[in-house]
Design a protein around this ligand. Structure first.
Ligand SMILES: [Zn+2]
Length: 97
């Protein structure tokens, strides 16, 4: 079981949270010419091995959005920050070689 330190509520079981995917994805503009970019952003997923930045929401308590820096092999949680305080340019996750 993962234990996530919510910056607002403290340490809680991961069952109180909902996972919402890769926090490093870049979404294109809403213009029609970005159709292929939206297909890429919405449907294409990497399966990273190593450190990954992920969106989680504390759905069973404060409902705040968080960015969790987690190692996908060890499941160690290395950092948690409010999603609205994340850097504008999150590191792009590359697929494992
Ligand atoms: Zn919380």
């Amino acid at each position: 079981m993962l234990r996530i330190h919510c910056p607002y509520c403290g340490v809680r079981d991961h069952e109180e949270f909902s996972y919402f995917g890769d926090a490093t994805k870049h979404y294109p503009g809403l213009e029609a010419e970005h159709h292929d970019g939206w297909v890429e952003a919405v449907y294409m997923r990497n399966n990273p091995k190593g450190v990954h930045h992920e969106f989680w929401q504390h759905t069973m308590a404060c409902r705040r959005w968080l960015v969790v820096k987690r190692h996908t092999v060890t499941h160690d949680i290395l950092a948690v920050m409010p999603a609205n305080e994340r850097p504008v340019q999150m590191p792009e996750q590359r697929p494992a070689p």
